[in-house]
Design a protein around this ligand. Structure first.
Ligand code: PMP
Length: 375
């Protein structure tokens, strides 16, 4: 879709990256770090100062201070964290439960590990968890279930009740949980509970996070995994042979950023209010034009139904049609699901963009709806 966006000169609300830069204080830290002696490999599990900062800044959310020497692995973005956790902890032939739609690297890494993906679709109207179907997906071969809340692409923050359902099943089947929490700080109402905090879960959960979403630096690729020592050792074993270490100067700069993550800091308050304004700039005009959207509880993605803008088309056709005729590129939800699975008729729009960009995109989409109405 990014290629098509370039071809059609469309506004790219497809790929999820901000069109604004990381905060100046953070870029200054990189410049500073590059002037120091940081050009060599760092400790494979992560720079000690960064691991210590991650441990203390996550203690509030996770309810305990992870042992920075044994329970934290800094990775090249959460993408490497996903790969390292799956390759390090899942054996060929094991089953891994994926909740669809889901971030596409999960299924790819499960395949790389020679494991079997067991896919459980969310309800495609409200993206709630199908409890019975999930229970049926567990078997004696289930090694891991992957949970992502706040959820890409739906924008849902799963309720404690839903997470407890997953947790109970994981405990009953002695399964591990890979909890992808990269959007943990981008939640509009209250907090996103980490499944690792529920009863019996700490010892079986690997929590993943990333600097990229919270500090608008998706290209830096600094992420981390937090897990009890036996699981962290599995992640570290794979990480050692995937990248060995994340870039040393960026890890150094990240220390300062992570310290800005205490609850209610000025940085996080500003971050959330900026995202609220961006969401409004895109969603409000579409809602006013009776285009069905789903405002997210968290993440920088919102959903839009294809029916008013591209009736009779499947999601991929609708996305291509809108890129070409309305000049707005989006992402269909179908690639986030098992091939050939039923569709809900949704497109994902990334609103991590400057407000004027979002205003122009909203105007283009509402114009397209008007043209269709008049034709
Ligand atoms: N998990 C989810 C749910 C994501 O949306 C993304 C980025 N799109 C990642 C992981 C990857 O994070 P990173 O950029 O830190 O590798």
């Amino acid at each position: 879709m990014s290629r098509l966006a370039n071809e059609c000169d469309a506004i790219n609300l497809g790929q999820g990256f901000p069109n604004f830069d990381a905060p100046a204080f953070l870029r200054d830290r990189v410049a500073h770090a590059l002037c120091g002696p940081t050009g060599q490999y760092s400790r494979s599990a992560g720079l000690p100062a960064l691991c210590q900062a991650i441990s203390s800044s996550s203690a509030h959310r996770l309810g305990y201070e992870a042992d920075w020497q044994r329970e934290i692995v800094v990775t090249a973005g959460a993408t490497e964290g996903i790969a390292a956790a799956i390759l390090g902890l899942v054996n060929p032939g094991d089953e891994v439960i994926l909740i669809d739609p889901g971030y596409d690297s999960y299924a790819a890494c499960v395949a790389l590990a020679g494991a079997i993906a067991v896919r459980v679709p969310l309800d495609l109207n409200d993206f709630s968890l199908p409890r019975e179907r999930l229970a049926q997906a567990f078997s004696s071969r289930t090694r891991m279930v992957i949970v992502n809340s706040p959820h890409n692409p739906s924008g849902r923050v799963f309720t404690v009740d839903e997470l407890s359902h997953i947790a109970k099943l994981a405990c009953a089947h002695s399964a591990l949980v890979l909890s992808d929490e990269v959007y943990e700080h981008l939640v509009f109402d209250g907090d996103a509970v980490s499944i690792s905090t529920l009863p019996g879960m700490r010892e079986r959960t690997i929590v993943l996070s990333s600097l990229g979403k919270t500090f608008s630096c998706t290209g830096w690729k600094v992420g981390w995994a937090i897990a009890p020592e036996p699981l962290a050792q599995g992640v570290l074993a794979a990480h050692q042979f995937l990248t060995f270490c994340a870039p040393s100067p960026l890890q150094g700069a990240a220390v300062e950023a992570i310290r800005a993550l205490a609850p209610g800091t000025e940085y996080l308050r500003g971050f959330l209010s900026d995202y609220r304004a961006r969401l409004d700039a895109l969603a409000a005009p579409l809602e006013a034009a009776s285009i069905e959207v789903r405002r997210p509880e968290g993440t920088y993605f919102m959903l839009m139904r294809t029916n008013t803008l591209a009736p009779g088309m499947n999601e991929l056709q609708a996305a291509e049609h809108l890129a070409r005729t309305a000049g707005v590129a989006t992402i269909p939800l179908s690639p986030f699901c098992a091939p050939g699975a039923p569709e809900g008729g949704w497109l994902r729009l990334a609103y991590c963009k400057e407000i004027p960009t979002l205003q122009v995109a909203a105007a283009r989409l509402t114009q397209a709806a008007k043209r269709l109405c008049n034709s």
